[in-house]
Ligand binder design. Sequence first.
Ligand SMILES: NC(=O)c1ccc[n+]([C@@H]2O[C@H](COP(=O)([O-])OP(=O)(O)OC[C@H]3O[C@@H](n4cnc5c(N)ncnc54)[C@H](OP(=O)(O)O)[C@@H]3O)[C@@H](O)[C@H]2O)c1
Length: 340
Amino acid sequence: MSRPVNRQWLLARRPEGLVSSSDFRLVESPAPEPADGEALVRNLYLSVDPTQRGWMAGDTYLPAVKIGEVMRSFAVGEVTASRHPAFKPGQLVQGLFGWQDWAVARPGTSSSPTPVPSGVPVETAMSALGLTGITAYFGLLDVGRPKPGETVVVSGAAGATGSAAAQIAKISGCRVIGIAGGPEKCAYLTGELGLDGAVDYRGGNVGKALRELCPSGIDVFFDNVGGPVLDLVLGQLALRGRIVLCGGIAHYNDALPARGPANYLALVMKRGRMEGFIVLDYLPRAGEAVTALSGWLRDGRLKDRVDVVHGLENAPAALLRVFEGKNQGKQLVRLAAPSP
Ligand SMILES: NC(=O)c1ccc[n+]([C@@H]2O[C@H](COP(=O)([O-])OP(=O)(O)OC[C@H]3O[C@@H](n4cnc5c(N)ncnc54)[C@H](OP(=O)(O)O)[C@@H]3O)[C@@H](O)[C@H]2O)c1
């Protein structure tokens, strides 16, 4: 029987400025065959993550994707053939399977597959109950440590991670202000998500809006963005305020390393703390987050929104969407449906 075609997006060059489809090259070859100890996985969904821009550019918390290699991506796929006792055809698994139709997954390597929890829709397993929700959970609760009644500000608040972090802060009994781009996203934050206020960073005076909405200062800032807004928040930090550095998307397409915030001495005056984290360090405790997040999803206190682009051919365009703020919630690319 002839092997199916495997379309693969390879990294063609290191990006300069905003990611572009010409940073990638689409090639076709026969689908691989699994060796002993491996499983063949048909990708169903790709996760689109701003951190992929960093993986394209150089070494980060993971080594850089090499030129000519399949673009790295988290994905969910279906096992179609297995030469590993732990994996059976028909099983849904997740892992770093890359921008391709077919992947060979081998436990103990970077393509190590882990089962998708049963009874959970794939899109939710990749969003609120996946790395996105786990990032928000530990970033906010473990690093930010909000207390009931405190004021929490979240940047990128209408995005996947930000919207989860903002809702977890509400569930924790905080006053929560979200920062997002445009009136529509701000209306979503105060309407659908029930936040206490929203600031449109693209229109108007962000510093003034934050001062009005946070009269006692900002106790916790969950920052997905960096840039000038981080400086403004530093200037309004409450005593013993905490800044959680989840990401800095405003800098990801910069040619030069990001410059530090001018207002950093506020950390001294306010006895504050600014701390970064990477979700992968929390994977041994993922079950704790997934149990809590599942409960909040079930009782309606946590809302999950996904934004699905169709077709592997659109993976580069989907990555661009998160840098243009076009995504409404967790950005995914859908390649295929699981077999019936
Ligand atoms: N530390 C970790 O382990 C970890 C794990 C996962 C994600 N993250 C970080 O979390 C952040 C959000 O990731 P996500 O996957 O949830 O994506 P997302 O928030 O769903 O999408 C990215 C959003 O960022 C905003 N944005 C894009 N360019 C911007 C700019 N120049 N200035 C301000 N805002 C901009 C856009 O929203 P607007 O329309 O509001 O501008 C866009 O919708 C990223 O910084 C990511 O690297 C960190």
